[in-house]
Write a protein that binds this ligand. Structure first.
Ligand SMILES: *Cc1c(COP(=O)(O)O)cnc(C)c1O
Length: 356
């Protein structure tokens, strides 16, 4: 009989299950904040052409430093960034993992403010980093005063601020981020996975003069490129020197580099639906208010809807009707990704029927 229980797995991992949202084959999938618009065929063909060229060279290991891709990402971000200030990995989850490997560890403590992204504690655990999550203020806000007081009290080595925040959707001001940075001597990572949907300025503008600041981004959300696995970050070049020490050699395959380069060349087309997605997000907000529910203002491509009496029942009933959303475990709340117009129409119609 083979069971994981029989293996000498690390004691802190014993009894745990792999993390991940359900992957179910239903017609309307609004549970993991993907861009639900597919890649336009013309862009797909350009990507395939670049990948085809790279295929011929697959006998060789990939370019370890991938300065071509880093330079393209620097140009995409603008603000005078150069390739030495950019690093990339297989999703921003791997960026986070390398970051925790380099700056965390058993004697170190990471701090975040919940509810927030559920991968932070997971990655902290994997890298044996202590992790604590303090509550947010009313309406999930984070004021400069609160951040400074809590960071000074906790004295963490790492602070992670997610903005716009998953799963609440709200943003943190640049003033609050700058104040948090000044409140300790450790590394501050600002996770901007949803920045392209946001009405707020990116924390990238805070990078000059701040050596301990990291801004992470991903092509998984607005860019409609989740399946390719490409996350990246901007920081002082010295932070990237630390990431290069802990990264596995050749962590970013030639095929990933080629696909990501082609995708960035078509950034405009891939990002073309961002405004449309924001319109659908605001439709969900309006409908939820109409149904007598409460909603957080959202700067992202999802909405946290609250005031639901039995969220697990609503989740299950929606699923029976072919609509998959996310129960993130916040009392009386569900998180819904904004999809295409027909997907949103279906979601709103079904939700209305269930709440009636
Ligand atoms: C989706 C998401 C990511 C992205 O993860 P990838 O590994 O780049 O796909 C990162 N941070 C947050 C807060 C997210 O919601």
């Amino acid at each position: 009989m083979s069971s994981l229980d029989n293996l000498p797995i690390r004691s802190d991992l014993r009894g745990l299950e792999p993390y991940g949202a359900p992957q179910l084959d239903v017609s309307v999938q609004l549970n993991v904040n993907e861009n639900t618009f597919g890649i336009p065929e013309s862009v797909a063909i350009s990507i395939v052409e670049k990948v085809a060229q790279a295929t011929i060279g697959l006998n060789r290991y990939p370019d370890r430093e991938f300065l071509g891709l880093r330079s393209a990402l620097a140009q995409y971000l603008g603000q005078g960034l150069t390739s030495e200030q950019i690093w990339a990995a297989n999703g921003s989850n791997e960026i986070l993992q390398q970051f925790f490997t380099a700056f965390g560890g058993p004697e170190r403590k990471a701090l975040s403010f919940g509810p927030t992204y559920s991968m932070y504690p997971n990655i902290a655990r994997g890298t044996l980093t202590n992790y604590s999550e303090l509550p947010r203020e009313a309406s999930y806000e984070l004021s400069p005063e609160y951040l400074v007081a809590e960071i000074q009290r906790e004295k963490p080595d790492i602070v992670i601020l997610c903005t716009p925040n998953n799963p609440t959707g709200n943003s943190i001001t640049l003033e609050a981020i700058a104040a948090a940075y000044g409140a300790f001597d450790g590394m501050l990572l600002v996770d901007e996975a949803y920045q392209e949907f946001s009405s707020q300025e990116s924390a990238i503008s805070l990078l000059p003069t701040r050596q301990r600041l990291v801004v992470s981004r991903t092509m998984s959300k607005a860019f409609a490129f989740a399946g390719a696995r490409l996350g990246y970050m901007a920081s002082d070049p010295s932070v990237i020197d630390a990431m290069r020490i802990v990264r596995l050699p050749y962590h970013l395959s030639s095929l990933t580099q080629a696909a990501a380069l082609a995708a960035i060349e078509h950034a405009k087309e891939l990002l073309a639906n961002v405004d449309q997605i924001k319109i659908q997000r605001d439709r969900i907000i309006a409908a939820a208010v109409d149904f007598g529910l409460t909603v957080q203002p959202s700067d992202a491509n999802f909405v946290l809807v609250s005031g639901i009496k039995d969220p697990e029942r609503i989740f299950e009933k929606l699923l029976e009707r072919g609509v998959l959303i996310r129960n993130v475990g916040i009392a009386n709340s569900l998180r819904i990704t904004a999809g295409t117009e027909p997907e949103t129409t279906k979601l709103i119609a079904e939700l209305g029927l269930l709440l009636d």
